[in-house]
Write a protein that binds this ligand. Sequence first.
Ligand SMILES: [Zn+2]
Length: 282
Amino acid sequence: MKVAFLFIDGVGIREPAPDNPVNPEVCPALCRLIQRHGVPIDANLGVDGVPQSATGQATMFTGRNASQFMGRHCEGFPGPSLRDLIGRENLFLMLKARGKKVKFADAYLIESADELEARRFKSVTTVMALTAPETVSTVSDLADDGAVLQDLTRETIRDRYPDIPPIDPEDAARHLFDIVRAHDFTLFEYFQTDVAGHSMDYERACSVLREYDAFLATLIRFTEAAGITLLMTSDHGNIEAMNERGHTRNPVPFIAFGPGEQELRARVKSLTDVTPAILSLI
Ligand SMILES: [Zn+2]
């Protein structure tokens, strides 16, 4: 059983509204997945205030309620106690312990995982990937189309890496699918949705969602034909309410499409259930 896990940052579920760009005109593939293969799940984790990335993602990838562990929702990069929690046990380590081949498909602009270790600020997924350094994708992997850049099209590195040509979102989906086929579990993280959500710029949010949708539409054609399970979830709401600058307390979608999808959807009610559900499937 192979799994592709798309983590999309800052996408909640909310009724249609003039400032909600998550609608079928902007992102038809995403909306169809949410409608036919998704369930709304809780990202507030029983803690007051708006949910944040460090604790939301730590919860998603450990199965432990990191917001309750910290006593609050923590923003941005995880501090020492959260890093410790992620380092002790996480989805990559648990899959590896079961003999599974795991890959983090996002390309880091580095030559080796050692350079990543030296970084002062590390995201939740970076901390997790470093517990299993063979999961890390480098700039050489990207140059060989064996990794995907976080922006999908490589537009953001055009000047820095003139030898790595820009690609379409559809090409990014093809590259990701090749990685997915070669591993038991592949993670791809996309955070431009959260960045756009904070901008309060509705047009910018639409253009980010359109680009991601082109990528998603291609990817699901491939995973469906290959019988590969596609999972997708988010750490907190944001982009679905463009009139608010910060995150929201809206539910987030948990999408499961492919073998085992019904059992997965029945099992996942909040971010704490994501890792246990994946482990039960694989
Ligand atoms: Zn954010």
